[in-house]
Every structure is written in structure tokens, then in C-alpha cells.
Design a protein around this ligand. Structure first.
Ligand code: FES
Ligand code: FES
Length: 151
């Protein structure tokens, strides 16, 4: 048995410790905002925070999050008022939306560690989260807005 917190709430897990965190979030807890894309840590759709850092839930085993704090898109803010979420709405970033929770979680982790990222830092942080719809320009604008800069 292991314990962790998910969106601030303590959870106990008795299952297979090799189970991917993504399965636990979606299938056990019903937190379906975190998406399944590639399953092999190359698309970023499943990005969540583990102890405040962006992590790919598809390749993170439950054993790896024992005693740690996981935050999903549902837990980023109670009312959707996190600065990244506000900026995302302001620039209308999503198209189909499938990749966007991963994009937002990756961007939120970036700005938590680097409040005023350079273009290169944004590119570096966001390059691992793919968008089939090609919303990259609006995502960059939203990150700049959330960081307090111009669009
Ligand atoms: S589903 Fe995890 S990185 Fe693609
Ligand atoms: S908005 Fe459709 S995949 Fe990114």
C-alpha cells in the first residue's frame, strides 16, 4: 500500500505499484482531464505535476509517486483562475482541445519555476507537448500573457 496526494487530497493505493499514474488518475479517480495520447512519453498529453514539476503520467509508475503530491488540470485552481488558465481563455488557445490540459500543466510548471521565461526557455519547456491542431502560436501568446508580457 502506498499513499500520495492528488489535488490536495490524500489517497491510498493498494494496486500494482507498476501501474501507470495515468491509468490511476483516469480510470480509478475519474480525473479524465488528463489525456492519453502516445503512452510512451513523447506527446505530453498526459502531463501533470508531481511535487510541482511537469511529469508524463503515462510513464510514471504509481511506485514513483509514493509520498508525493500530484496535481492534475482539475486541481490547478478551484475556479479555473490560475493565471495560465485565464491567459488561455483570453487568447482562445484551444482548437479541438485534446492536448490543452497537457499544454496548460506544462506551461504552469514552467512559469512556477521561471516566472519570466525567455523565448528559448518557452520553446525548450513546451517542445515536448504536441498539438495536432497547430495552436502553437496562441499557446506562446498565452504564456507571454500569463508571464505579464505582451502578446
Ligand atoms: S500520453 Fe503520455 S506523453 Fe503521450
Ligand atoms: S488543440 Fe487539438 S491537438 Fe491541440
Amino acid at each position: 500500500m502506498l499513499t500520495l496526494t492528488v489535488n490536495g487530497r490524500e489517497r491510498r493505493f493498494d494496486g500494482d505499484p507498476s501501474m501507470p499514474l495515468l491509468w490511476y488518475l483516469r480510470d480509478v479517480l475519474g480525473l479524465t482531464g488528463t489525456k492519453y495520447g502516445c503512452g510512451v512519453a513523447v506527446c505530453g498529453a498526459c502531463t501533470v505535476h508531481v511535487d510541482g514539476e511537469a511529469a508524463r503520467a503515462c510513464m510514471t509508475a504509481m511506485a514513483d509517486v509514493a509520498g508525493r503530491a500530484v496535481v492534475t488540470i482539475e486541481g490547478l485552481s478551484a475556479e479555473g483562475t490560475h493565471p495560465v488558465q485565464v491567459a488561455w481563455r483570453e487568447v482562445n488557445a484551444p482548437q479541438c482541445g485534446y492536448c490543452q490540459s497537457g499544454q496548460i500543466m506544462q506551461a504552469a510548471a514552467l512559469l512556477a519555476s521561471t516566472p519570466r521565461p525567455t523565448d528559448a526557455q518557452v520553446d525548450d519547456a513546451m517542445s515536448g507537448v504536441l498539438c495536432r491542431c497547430g495552436t502553437y502560436q496562441r499557446i506562446r501568446a498565452a504564456i507571454a500573457l500569463a508571464a505579464g508580457g505582451a502578446r
